[in-house]
Design a protein around this ligand. Structure first.
Ligand SMILES: NC(=O)c1ccc[n+]([C@@H]2O[C@H](COP(=O)([O-])OP(=O)(O)OC[C@H]3O[C@@H](n4cnc5c(N)ncnc54)[C@H](O)[C@@H]3O)[C@@H](O)[C@H]2O)c1
Length: 333
């Protein structure tokens, strides 16, 4: 068994730590916040984000980043706004040849870069693997069968992550399509927000199915333009993650969308729900689509709802009133 350090003791980091501990790994869970670690220690669980999931005393809880020094795998599981700063801090502690898996999803706001690019720049001594796919922390924490993808241009590094984390509750596939895995994971959050808005407006199943299918088509359109493989978007980090995020009440993106559809102002809805990566991703995706000159009508409308006070009901009308076109011309295959 190996030493695994998980950075970020929110819902996802805690669930991954619990899973790795059950496999028999020597696990450390790090938080930037002393009070968060103290609360997990006191209650034996993360009562706020993962209630009812026991955090075993065999998991070392710490705020000391030196815990990564001799880890076989460092998992970054912080929200997207904290990935860059956490990677910067990590730099002082990480040994040459270290293996870092980023489990956070998003695109860096300031630069519109994918997070593996941001982390690779901050940590030139490390190999960076993307860990993504359909996974609610609440379910991974309960040992519900789940499948993820470990993606790295150097497939051997992805296989090392696979070997370390695969178990009878977590099936891990490898991929060398880092761009596709990251863009799928980040941009589906915008579509999940839109799916929630549809639910909040009490639209029907037809609307949601169309939104998800056409949402995936525009994510893939952008992804392929940016160098991703088209098949990735039909896989776990594309279609798989879209399905799980658009259909579940575990999804904070969808929950925020429902509130927005019910008339709550977007910024207030996000504040109410917590980490809503789709809200931030709507802004970065809007800029990326403009830069790459790729039409992304659903993402664009979502951006306008989030940041330009556009009415959700008018937005649906605008999407439905566009001129018709051939489906073949607007999918990614
Ligand atoms: N929750 C899930 O089911 C899930 C599943 C897959 C991927 N993800 C991704 O994982 C990432 C983390 O999601 P989450 O659900 O755990 O979020 P969360 O809201 O549960 O995480 C909050 C935690 O982030 C940490 N944090 C906050 N600010 C920080 C800072 N400035 N520096 C360092 N750490 C800070 C704290 O430990 C805090 O508890 C997101 O990008 C999310 O998209 C989440």
């Amino acid at each position: 068994m190996s030493k695994i350090a998980v950075l970020g003791s929110g819902g996802w980091g805690t669930a991954l730590a619990v899973m790795a501990d059950r496999m028999g790994h020597e696990v450390t869970l790090w938080s930037a916040f002393e009070d968060e670690i103290a609360a997990i220690r006191r209650h034996g669980q993360h009562t706020k984000l993962l209630p009812g999931i026991a955090v075993s005393p065999t998991i070392t809880l710490t705020t000391n980043m030196a815990c990564v020094e001799d880890a076989a795998l460092v998992i970054l599981a912080v929200p997207s706004f904290a990935i860059g700063s956490t990677a910067q801090k990590l730099s002082a502690y990480l040994q040459p040849g270290a293996l870092v898996a980023n489990a956070g999803k998003g695109i860096e706001e300031a630069s519109c870069r994918r997070f593996s690019q941001v982390i690779e720049e901050a940590l030139p001594q490390a190999s960076v693997v993307v860990l993504s796919g359909p996974s609610h922390a609440e379910e991974v924490g309960r040992g519900v069968p789940t499948s993820l993808v470990a993606a790295c241009r150097d497939l051997e590094k992805a296989q090392r992550v696979q070997d370390l984390l695969i178990n009878d509750k977590l099936r891990l596939y490898t991929s060398s399509d880092v761009i596709g895995a990251e863009l799928g994971g980040a941009l589906k959050n915008v579509i999940a927000l839109a799916a929630g808005i549809c639910d909040g407006l009490q639209m029907g199943d037809n609307t949601k199915a169309a939104l998800m299918t056409r949402g995936l088509a525009e994510i893939a359109r952008l992804g392929v333009k940016m160098g991703a493989e088209s098949y990735t978007f039909a896989g776990l980090t594309g279609m798989g993650d879209l399905i799980v995020t658009c259909g579940s009440m575990h999804s904070r993106n969808r929950r925020a969308g429902i509130l927005i559809g019910q008339g709550v102002p977007p910024a207030q809805a996000v504040q109410q729900v917590g980490t809503v990566e789709g809200y931030l991703a709507a802004a970065t995706a809007h800029r990326l689509a403009e830069k790459e000159q790729v039409p992304m009508p659903i993402t664009e409308i979502c951006y306008r709802i989030c940041y330009e006070n556009y009415s959700p009901r008018e937005a649906v009308q605008a999407l439905m009133s566009r001129p018709g076109c051939h489906e073949k011309d607007t999918v990614w295959f």
